[in-house]
Design a protein around this ligand. Structure first.
Ligand SMILES: [Zn+2]
Length: 295
């Protein structure tokens, strides 16, 4: 190779490298632009939220409540705290748990707009639990009724005592199911009655559909009480320990059979038949003469 050829080859290589270098720099710049925006979790990090303005704190045995001066909740914080302490004790009892050493960081926001202004995270629900940070966020957009309840306390205790659930098809159904079940009903109605009525009117999906069609979760509100009703049914018939087993080890659809001895599809049919009977009994109660004879 002549010296001239050698030099031109080196120049070509440098050019190619330069092109690669430029592309890499461009990709880096794009990534910094997009990847640098904080994730939903990061935006909701308690330390970050607490640094955004003035917060008051109210400490009880199991909670550290945070709210801002002037909020509706600031007037009622005593009764909110008392109610949530009561709910916490009831959830502990329901799951046969002992006290958990860390307090729930319980943030109360005045409304959705207030939440968005402070966190910049965009809201999708009245209340939610940020499991990794041991925090609960309650958005008070309905005259304080969202601020108390057992749903997020259940998530908090289940996450801390039993883990976040197996990353499989049953994660949503079991996790949300237990949170709804612990609340005891759905807007005052018994979970079985609600699910039976809605299933009869085709206004709700079966547990099997919910598990095998994750996309349904985004479009159907009523899947929460259905998850709660199924959870109630399973815990009543098989016990809490087995249900928690599904929560922790439900990696695939087949995991269900290994725990309960029948397929999830078979169990779904049994549950649906139970709801159908429940609906029929409610719609056509036995005449009082027959009731008397039955006794
Ligand atoms: Zn939930």
């Amino acid at each position: 190779m002549s010296i001239g050829k050698f030099v031109s080859l080196i120049i070509k290589k440098i050019k190619v490298k330069k092109v690669f270098l430029n592309i890499s720099l461009l990709l880096l710049a794009i990534c910094l632009g997009f990847c640098h925006s904080l994730s939903f979790m990061e935006l909701n990090k308690p330390e970050r939220v607490l640094s955004q303005g003035v917060w008051h704190s109210y400490i009880t045995r199991h909670f550290n409540f945070y709210y801002r001066p002037g909020y509706r909740s600031s007037v009622y914080i005593d009764s909110i705290a008392a109610k949530q302490e009561e709910n916490y004790s009831e959830v502990l009892k329901l799951f046969n748990l002992y006290d958990y050493g860390y307090k729930v960081k319980y943030f109360i926001f005045e409304d959705f707009k207030d939440y968005d202004n402070i966190t910049g995270a965009g809201s999708f629900s009245n209340t939610y639990e940020i499991g990794n940070y041991g925090a609960v966020y309650a958005i008070d957009n309905d005259s304080l009724s969202n601020v108390t309840g057992k749903h997020e306390i259940t998530h908090f205790l289940v996450d801390n005592f039993f883990g976040f659930g197996a990353p499989g098809p049953f994660k949503w159904l079991t996790g949300e199911g237990m949170a709804v079940w612990s609340d005891g009903g759905w807007y005052g109605e018994d979970l079985f009655d609600f699910a039976a009525r809605k299933l009869r009117n085709d206004e709700i999906s079966s547990p099997y559909f919910i598990v095998t069609h994750p996309e349904a979760r985004r479009i159907q509100q009523n899947i929460y009480p259905m998850a709660g009703a199924f959870t109630k049914f399973m815990i009543r018939n098989y016990g809490l320990a087995k249900f928690l087993n599904l929560y922790q080890k439900g990696y695939t659809l087949d995991s269900f059979k290994a725990i309960f001895g029948k397929t999830f599809y078979e169990q779904n049919t049994i549950f649906e038949n139970f709801l159908k009977r429940k609906f029929d009994e409610k719609s056509n109660p036995l005449p009082s003469s027959q009731l008397r004879r039955k006794r």
